[in-house]
Design a protein around this ligand. Structure first.
Ligand SMILES: Nc1ncnc2c1ncn2[C@@H]1O[C@H](COP(=O)(O)OP(=O)(O)OP(=O)(O)O)[C@@H](O)[C@H]1O
Ligand SMILES: N[C@@H](CCO)C(=O)O
Length: 312
């Protein structure tokens, strides 16, 4: 279970006094996350999710929490952050930044069909539009600069063929990032990690996007590519499923049509999105942090997706 920072009910009860949520009834660690320590908590006011941030700083966090607040106020289905009595969305718990957000109803749809992908496409486009007047700017911390910084740290663990793939793809992404097409891509605050396990559904109805802690300013088409690379592929082969990808893109474009530059950038952005998660998974695999029974995600999954997207 990936709880890096354990919290007891007694500790929660004391900490919760700064909120207007009444008494704490229960706390239960959530095992599925790999980035932060997450807990379902029950209080006099109902059920919430408590997150202790393991990597993000007090300075970086307002971007994510105010973004969720901004989006929620514009009708995008996302968890609402709960302020403490002083109005702060982030406060220290065990010396680390922590926050409470509302608990979404529903469950993850891990075997999506086109109707789920269409729901995701529609909400993603609405989210991109709703974020356009968001005032706080913070770059995608897992963007190109991080790829350049991280590649040398994992290179020594790779075989020759993998090293070639990583170096070549990184160079091509750097070239593309310097191109006029890339510079002209529409951008804003994006989720940047909208995988199947970060969306809730009730049946075929989408009930929320969550886990915004990799969000940042980046191109909308990168966000779309990250989403397609998870929602619209066969997990066993890495092949794109045309019916699911078409459903997602068509639904997205009914709300926000692609620009000419986005059409052009789509194939290389599918590769960029695969590279980003290959790298982060390699990094987590070879440089693991302390956690109670953490199981890192398989890096070869995104290596295979990257190879497939390159071959297309
Ligand atoms: N607001 C929420 N409402 C309901 N469930 C939530 C909420 N936030 C998190 N969860 C639950 O907690 C689990 C882990 O949360 P989350 O994905 O945010 O963790 P994480 O550490 O950032 O993980 P990862 O980066 O691997 O996705 C989710 O799969 C979901 O079941
Ligand atoms: N979605 C990421 C985990 C970080 O949120 C992955 O599957 O590698």
């Amino acid at each position: 279970m990936a709880v890096f920072t354990p919290v007891t009910l007694t500790e929660l009860s004391a900490w919760l006094q700064q909120f207007s949520l009444g008494r704490a009834h229960s706390i239960k660690g959530i095992s599925s996350g790999i980035e932060n320590s997450n807990f379902f908590i029950t209080t006099d006011s109902g059920e919430f999710v408590l997150t202790i941030f393991e990597n993000l700083s007090f300075e970086q966090l307002p971007f994510y929490l105010h973004l969720m607040d901004h989006l929620a106020q514009r009708g995008i289905l996302v968890p609402a952050p709960v302020p403490n009595k002083a109005g702060h969305l982030v406060t220290a718990l065990h010396g680390k930044p922590a926050s409470i957000v509302s608990k979404l109803v529903g469950e993850s749809q891990l075997s999506p069909v086109p109707v789920h992908c269409a729901e995701v496409g529609t909400m993603l486009a609405k989210m991109h539009l709703a974020g356009q007047d968001y005032a706080i700017k913070q770059e995608n911390l897992r963007g190109l600069s991080w790829w350049v910084e991280t590649a040398p740290k994992v290179m020594g663990f790779l075989n020759d063929d993998q090293q070639r793939l990583l170096s070549t793809e990184l160079a091509q992404q750097q070239d593309f990032a310097a191109s006029p097409t890339y510079q002209a891509l529409p951008r804003g605050p994006v989720h940047a990690d909208l995988f199947r396990n970060n969306v809730m559904f009730n049946g075929t109805k989408l009930t929320g996007f969550f886990d915004f802690y990799f969000a940042g300013w980046d191109t909308f088409i990168f966000d779309i590519a990250v989403t397609i690379n998870d929602w619209c592929i066969d997990l066993n082969t890495g092949e794109l499923d045309a019916a699911r990808a078409d459903a997602l893109i068509k639904a997205y474009q009914q709300v926000r049509p692609f620009t000419h530059e986005e059409q052009a950038a789509y194939p290389i952005m599918l590769r960029a999105a695969a590279l980003r998660f290959w790298l982060s998974r390699l990094f987590d695999f070879y440089q693991p942090r302390e956690a109670h029974m953490l199981t890192p995600h398989d890096p070869t999954h995104f290596e295979r997706i990257l190879r497939k997207r390159c071959a297309q």
